[in-house]
Design a protein around this ligand. Structure first.
Ligand code: PAF
Length: 285
């Protein structure tokens, strides 16, 4: 497994792979790797000849009051895990490598799906994500990139960038990987105490109730109302949003479902103590 810090080195390696006719899959991460990330890596290995993983805690997607400084950094352990999963190349750039002095170009999705929900509570987040993901795409130039569905709005934003910028990259979404109690795996779960981890399965319970109601009633308002009723059972959750959205536009859905092939996401963000968690559940096709 090669480990590289430099943009030019990564470009040269992936360029030589492409010249040899290899298909390259890419998994961007911020490290603190867990089984959710490793599932993305396994998928990458299935669909391509070469797998690249990046580990970069991207400062531009955090607001000043957020957890950039305390975000878990476990590089040695991460590298061991990636080696055990036969990753070909790990890109571990410094901040200066990605944002050299004088960097002045940003990628900003100005409309849905980068509006509302996460964007409302974290106004500059998607500009940071869009910029770093585009930079990483330009460096690695993968044929395929794998993104988890837990960050469903991020997935929609990435799909929008690929479409709008005519990037020849296939984005493969991967289902959320969960603990036995339903808690979605996340690097931020390390902020939770054991007791909070038990409590945090409430997010998934609310999403499941939303899905069940939607499947039974075929009406978004009824499903949304039932979701909030369920949420009221968990007084320790400080809910930021619960929504049912179109998976591409991320606009909230309304009215009745007439089409049996519908597909949507139920999404939630909530705080337990000082830890902010998000989750998403795909409903329908
Ligand atoms: O999902 C993440 O871990 C990050 O937002 C990403 C895509 C690696 C960009 O920094």
């Amino acid at each position: 497994m090669e480990i590289e810090e430099k943009v030019q080195k990564v470009k040269a390696i992936t360029q030589s792979w492409r010249a040899q006719g290899h298909k390259v899959a890419f998994v961007p991460t911020m490290g603190a790797l867990h089984e959710g990330h490793l599932a993305l890596v396994k998928k990458a290995r299935e669909v391509a000849d070469k797998t690249v993983v990046s580990i970069f805690v991207n400062p531009t997607q955090f607001a000043p009051h957020e957890d950039f400084a305390s975000y878990p950094r476990t590089l040695e352990k991460d590298l061991e895990k990636l080696k055990a999963h036969s990753v070909d190349l790990v890109f571990v750039p410094t901040e200066n490598e990605i944002y050299p002095y004088g960097n002045a170009t940003w990628v900003d999705v100005e409309d849905y799906p980068a509006k509302g929900l996460e964007a409302f509570f974290r106004p500059h987040h998607f500009k940071g994500v869009a910029t770093v993901v585009t930079k990483l795409f330009m460096i690695v130039k993968p044929d395929i990139a794998i993104f988890g569905e837990k960050d469903a709005q991020q997935l929609a934003v990435v799909n929008r960038i690929v479409k709008d910028l005519f990037l020849d990259i296939e984005i493969i979404p991967h289902p959320v990987v969960r603990e036995n109690n339903g808690l979605a795996l996340s690097s931020r779960n390390s902020y939770l105490s054991e007791q909070e981890k038990q409590k945090a399965c409430a997010l998934y319970e609310i999403l499941k109730t939303t899905a069940k109601t939607l499947e039974a009633e075929k009406n978004f308002e009824k499903a949304r109302a039932q979701a909030w009723l369920k949420a009221a059972e968990y007084s320790y959750l400080a809910i930021e949003y619960i929504e049912i959205v179109d998976p591409i536009t991320f606009k909230p859905l309304h009215g009745n479902i007439y089409d049996s092939t519908y597909s949507c996401f139920a999404v939630i963000a909530a705080k337990i103590g000082s830890t902010r968690l998000i989750d998403a559940l795909r409903i329908g096709g």
